[in-house]
Design a binder for this molecule. Structure first.
Ligand code: MEV
Length: 327
C-alpha cells in the first residue's frame, strides 16, 4: 500500500488564456489531496470522501464505471471518475502492467471543481502512489507530464500543463505552453472565498474556445490576459503588491468578459475589493467555486464571511512542497 499527497493551487493570473499558449502563474496552497493505492487482483475500486460530494465508493472491473448515485452534478461525478480512471491508466502504462488492479482511496481537503486544483492534486497523487505501488519511481518531470496527459484526456484535448505542473512541483510556477518552471514568489496574503459551487472545467474551456473563434475581440481578451501576466511576473519579482492587485482585478474583468464568472463569484470579488483587498479575481475554470484576494488584514476575510452566497472563507498559505510520499 502506498500513499501520496499533492497540493491544490490558486491562479494568481492566467487561467484559460494558458490553454492557448499564453503564460500563467499558479501558486500551490496548503490544502492537499491524499491518495492511497493498494494493488489487487483485478479491476478498480475507488473510495472518495470530502470532495464536496457526500463521499462515494464505486467498484468495477472495466474502464466503464457505472456512475455512482450521488447528490452532485453528473458532469462533476463523471469528471472525478475520469481523472481517477486516467491516472490509473497512466500508472499501468508506466509500469507496463496493463492488467494491474487497484483499490484507491481519495481523501482531499480541496473542494471538487471549485478552482483550487482538486483534480490535478488527485491526479498527481494517484499516479505517484499507483506507480510506486507497482515498483516504479517516476521523477517529477515524468510525473507532471503523465498528470498533464490525464487532464488533457478528461478535458477533451483542451488542457494546459499549469495545474498539474504546479501540483507536482509546489510553490509558484510559470507555465507557457510546454515551458514550465518554478519561480520565486513571496508568501502572498491569499484570502479565498468559496461559494460552495463548482464549474464544469471541460464545458467552460470549450465555451472560451468558441468565443475566441467567433469574435476577434474575444481572442484579443485572451491575448490581453497574456500581456497582464507578463507584467504580473515583473510585479511579483519586485514584490509590488499594489500592482499585483490591480492586475488581478483586470484579469477578473477579462475572465468575466469571456463568460466564466458568475453572480456569486462577482459578489465575492466586489466584497473583497470593497473591504480593501489589493485585488481579487476568480481562480481556476470559473462558473462557480472560488475567488482569490490579496489582503494581509482580516477585513477581506470578515467581509467574505458576511457576503451572501459565500459559503466559506479562509486564508491559504503558499505550499512550497509539491507531490509528497506519505508512506
Ligand atoms: C483550470 O484549473 C485551468 C484552465 O486554464 C484549464 C487548463 O489550464 O487546463 C481553465
Amino acid at each position: 500500500m502506498k500513499t501520496s499527497s499533492a497540493p491544490g493551487k490558486v491562479y494568481l493570473f492566467g487561467e484559460h488564456a494558458v490553454v492557448y499558449g499564453e503564460p500563467a502563474v499558479p501558486c500551490a496552497i496548503r490544502r492537499r489531496a491524499e491518495v492511497t493505492v493498494r494493488e489487487r487482483d483485478h479491476g478498480l475500486r475507488v473510495q472518495a470522501g470530502d470532495l464536496t460530494l457526500s463521499g462515494f465508493a464505486v467498484e468495477y472491473d472495466s474502464a466503464e464505471a457505472d456512475r455512482p448515485d450521488l447528490d452532485a452534478p453528473d458532469a462533476l461525478v463523471d469528471a472525478a471518475m475520469g481523472y481517477v480512471n486516467e491516472a490509473v491508466a497512466q500508472a499501468r502504462d508506466a509500469a507496463d502492467a496493463p492488467e494491474a488492479g487497484f483499490e484507491v482511496v481519495v481523501d482531499s481537503e480541496i473542494p471538487l471543481g471549485a478552482g483550487l486544483g482538486s483534480s490535478a492534486a488527485v491526479t498527481v497523487a494517484a499516479i505517484d502512489a499507483a506507480t510506486r505501488e507497482l515498483g516504479v519511481e517516476l521523477d517529477r518531470t515524468a510525473l507532471a507530464d503523465r498528470a498533464y496527459r490525464v487532464e488533457n484526456a478528461v478535458q477533451n484535448g483542451q488542457a494546459s500543463r499549469a495545474d498539474t505542473f504546479c501540483s507536482t512541483m509546489g510553490g509558484a510556477v510559470r507555465v507557457e505552453g510546454a515551458d514550465c518552471r518554478a519561480i520565486d514568489a513571496p508568501d502572498l496574503p491569499f484570502v479565498i472565498g468559496y461559494d460552495g459551487g463548482a464549474g464544469d472545467t471541460g464545458a467552460l474551456v470549450a465555451g472560451v474556445r468558441e468565443l475566441r473563434e467567433r469574435y476577434e475581440f474575444a481572442a484579443d481578451a485572451v491575448a490581453a490576459i497574456g500581456d497582464l501576466v507578463r507584467r504580473g511576473e515583473r510585479a511579483l519579482a519586485a514584490g509590488d503588491r499594489a500592482e499585483l492587485g490591480r492586475l488581478m482585478n483586470f484579469n477578473h474583468g477579462l475572465l468575466s468578459a469571456l463568460g466564466v464568472s458568475s453572480g456569486s463569484l462577482d459578489a465575492m470579488v466586489w466584497a473583497a475589493r470593497d473591504a480593501g483587498a489589493a485585488g481579487a479575481k476568480l481562480t481556476g475554470a470559473g462558473g462557480g467555486g472560488c475567488v482569490v484576494a490579496l489582503d494581509e488584514t482580516d477585513e477581506t476575510l470578515t467581509a467574505l464571511e458576511y457576503t451572501p452566497g459565500c459559503e466559506d472563507a479562509f486564508r491559504a498559505a503558499l505550499d512550497t512542497v509539491g507531490v509528497r510520499e506519505e508512506s
